[in-house]
Design a protein around this ligand. Structure first.
Ligand SMILES: C[S@@+](CC[C@H](N)C(=O)[O-])C[C@H]1O[C@@H](n2cnc3c(N)ncnc32)[C@H](O)[C@@H]1O
Length: 234
């Protein structure tokens, strides 16, 4: 899909016409959405559970789940379990799929759901990876969503560990690639975007699926990676 972000809009300011390219409008809206977090991304709930996601990205996930029909969705970064519950409810409707969600902290009140398994520990620790390896066995279609520690080293390590679980045709979603000036939080320092770029420099199994950015506002620019080739492990 080619994104139609090459349009230009004209704004009248003090009797002057100012042309603003669509991608700049999207960028400004992204910065606004992010800046007023008490109103937006820190004030988003799924069935009463706090969820740190833009609803447009949740819709994209739902479309991907319907297409891919994963047997297993692995999420790093459970937080209050809002996303895990949303994923489980989409799987309920599809009548297919389980969720494995991992967090270093234990948050009280996460929803018990027959499709969700919670793992407590760091997503990159040997013991957690061993637990994940036990669950992925015999699963034919696996999708991974990385949404835990958004520091460069951690995301790169997660990419190196979890990319091999993703099955060809499925997705590896890297969340919050928008920080470090892409286009928000310029002070962040290297984060998910830079880890993703480094990972892709040495990988030929994944391709950025830019069509998943069709709603223009996404917290995960370049973060929807489709596995197009097998690396021999999945
Ligand atoms: C952005 S929140 C996750 C949001 C959640 N996926 C959602 O959509 O609502 C990040 C979570 O990652 C967890 N986290 C931080 N470092 C981690 C690590 N090394 N391993 C696993 N989870 C970690 C934090 O405790 C926090 O709950």
């Amino acid at each position: 899909m080619t994104l139609q972000n090459n349009l230009t809009f004209t704004l009248q300011v003090n009797n002057q016409a100012i042309a603003i390219p669509a991608d700049r409008i999207v960028e400004m809206f992204h910065q606004l959405y992010y800046a007023i977090k008490d109103q937006t991304w820190e004030n988003t709930y799924y069935l009463g559970r706090h969820i740190i996601k833009c609803p447009l990205d949740l819709w994209v996930c739902q479309e991907i789940f319907h297409e891919v029909k994963p047997d297993l969705i692995i999420e790093t970064g459970t937080f209050h379990g809002g996303a895990a519950l949303y994923y489980a409810n989409v799987c309920d409707t599809l009548q297919h799929g389980r969720i494995l969600t991992i967090d270093i902290d234990r948050y009280s009140g996460v929803t018990e759901h027959p499709r969700i398994t919670y793992i407590n520990g760091s997503s990159t620790s040997e013991s957690v990876v061993r637990e994940v390896e036990a669950v992925v066995k015999n699963k034919k279609t696996i999708l991974v969503i990385l949404d835990s520690d958004h520091g460069y080293d951690h995301v790169l390590q997660e990419l190196q560990i979890y990319s091999r679980f993703v099955t060809p045709g499925s997705y590896l979603i890297v969340e919050d690639t928008n920080v470090n000036g892409h286009p928000v939080r310029p002070e962040w320092g290297p984060g998910p975007m830079e880890a993703l770029e480094e990972f892709l420099r040495n990988d030929n199994c994944f391709k950025i699926d830019i069509g998943r950015e069709k709603f223009m506002l996404t917290m995960n620019p370049k973060g929807y990676l489709k596995k197009i080739l097998s690396d021999g492990s999945a």
